[in-house]
Design a protein. Structure first.
Length: 506
């Protein structure tokens, strides 16, 4: 077991606190009274193989997996994509689960088995991605085999109509999944977004259906119902705790007052390397996989598995803090759910802050309405046009004209979605679907509407301005900006690491 997380109130004895800004790391001294939220320790413990074996044999509801199998059936195994475990795991638990599913299927005489990565609008996975998720044995066994593939949200031939919305939009879903006798969806749960019907449907529907369910002013309920009515699905979820860093960035996992001389030296060396060659040093420092503690595994119905997994996750991650903050402060790591390759866009950084970190408290808001968010990230204007071509064009062409989500959805989204160049990049060249950038922008809107100020420290001023944010050179400058509305001594909460933590506001 690892030590639980806690909230530290800054006093005169508090040491400077680590802050992450993409690949950069720094120490920042926060004002007296600031609450600093530390996640639980990331000490590795638990065994994915043992935990998943027990889960498959003892489901939270329904029949055990092995008892559902019969010779001659069509079995499809789907799994969440690489955006779920970011940073990547040294031994991804999906490997253990999928190997057990395949072994049980072979023992039952099930020959028709297909594996599908539920990538949705995110980039489709290549052979190296599959090896990273499923391990050497599975990826090599299926190498070059069409039975191991990524979902294609724009492949007409691979999609099947299963219903229609009230507006007359066809609800289309992965054909193989719909036509299977049993579908097993494998999830890795590290935050409140993971597991459940939303992860399943958003990963395996057509682009139009995903937009219908999760686009601007959308309602996912009709799509979830249509999928649940047509697909015979069960879920398997492995719940993981806070990642544990090692090697030259081991100091990221330690609390500052516990840093050893080695940790201090590693921090200084990282600062020096990042200042000299930020791109190359960042890739070297953060590309190595990390270890995660396994805190639970569950199988059964999709809803029941999500409920059990999220309850176990909350019990491990939840940290109590006193009251909603006037100002939420957070850093942005170089590798996160919107940038699993460390190759994100300014939209992805904003998503991490205003969708993920802003919603770390699932009940009382972590920051009050009318409050402010201060985030550390450069919002650079140079990013991968191979992966994020549509996002680059959205920032360059759309947001300078309007930031209004309704207007963007009506004027620009249809053109981007129908552009064959963007679609080809998505289907053949490993890019994100053009709708992905628009959905990231839509995801930011509840936070933007609720907040008075959003300030990015160290940000490119033009990019920040185009996105409707403020840019500050230092943290003190950011405090000056928000003080005009919130006073000189706002109640401030800093989330030191928004991976593997939930905030419970009293």
């Amino acid at each position: 077991m690892s030590r639980p997380g806690f909230a530290l109130e800054v006093d005169e004895r508090t040491t400077p606190t680590l802050v992450r800004s993409a690949s950069d790391v720094r120490l920042e001294r926060f004002a007296l009274g600031t609450q600093i939220v530390y996640p639980p320790d990331g000490q590795p413990w638990g065994d994915a193989v043992t935990a998943s074996e027990r889960a498959l044999a003892q489901p939270v509801d329904g029949t055990p997996f092995a008892a559902r199998l019969r010779a001659g059936m069509r079995l499809t195994i789907t799994f969440a994509d690489i955006s779920v475990l970011a940073p990547a795991a040294a031994d991804d638990p999906r490997r253990a689960v999928v190997e057990q599913l395949l072994t049980a299927a072979a023992a039952a005489g099930v020959d028709d088995v297909v594996l599908i990565a539920a990538t949705g609008l995110r980039r489709r996975l290549g052979p190296e991605d599959m090896r990273r998720l499923l391990g050497e044995r599975v990826s090599r066994s299926f190498a070059g085999d069409p039975r191991l593939t990524s979902h294609d949200a724009s492949d007409d031939g691979g999609l099947l109509t299963i219903g229609e919305s009230d507006e007359g939009v066809q609800i289309r879903f992965n054909r193989r999944v719909v036509e299977s006798d049993l579908v097993v969806h494998v999830s890795v749960v590290t935050s409140v977004e993971h597991a459940g019907w939303d992860e399943f449907t958003s990963g395996l529907a057509s682009a139009e259906t995903i937009d219908l369910a999760y686009g601007w002013k959308a309602d996912p309920a009709p799509v979830r119902r249509a999928v649940a009515d047509r697909v015979q699905a069960m879920g398997v979820a492995v719940v993981l705790g806070q990642p544990s860093y090692s090697g030259p960035v081991q100091f990221l996992s330690s609390r500052e007052w516990e840093w050893s001389v080695k940790d201090q030296a590693a921090y200084l060396a990282s600062r020096r390397a990042l200042a000299t060659a930020p791109v190359q040093a960042g890739r070297l420092l953060y590309s190595r996989p990390v270890a995660y503690p396994v805190i639970g595994a569950f199988s059964g119905g999709i809803d029941a598995v999500r409920a059990a997994a999220q309850a176990r996750l909350a019990a491990q991650q939840r940290v109590p803090v006193k009251g909603s903050a006037d100002v939420l402060v957070t850093g942005v790591p170089p590798i996160h759910a919107a940038a699993p390759d460390g190759d994100g866009s300014p939209l992805g950084a904003a998503w991490w802050v205003l969708r993920h970190a802003y919603r770390l408290s699932t009940e009382t808001p972590i920051v009050r309405d009318g409050g402010a968010v201060i985030a550390f990230h450069p919002l650079g204007d140079r990013f991968s046009t191979r992966h994020h071509g549509a996002a680059a064009d959205m920032i360059a062409e759309v947001l300078p004209e309007t930031s209004d989500p309704r207007e963007i959805a009506e004027r620009f989204l249809p053109r981007f979605a129908a552009d064959p160049w963007y679609t080809d990049l998505y289907r053949e060249r490993g890019a994100y679907h053009p709708l992905h950038a628009f959905h990231q922008w839509f995801d930011l809107q509840p936070a933007i509407a609720a907040l008075g100020d959003v300030v990015f420290v160290g940000a490119n001023r033009r990019t920040a301005e185009v996105m409707g944010f403020r840019a500050a050179t230092t943290y003190q400058d950011a405090l000056e900006i928000v003080s005009t509305r919130l006073g000189r001594r706002p109640a401030t909460t800093y989330v030191r690491d928004a991976v593997g933590v939930q905030v419970a506001v009293s």
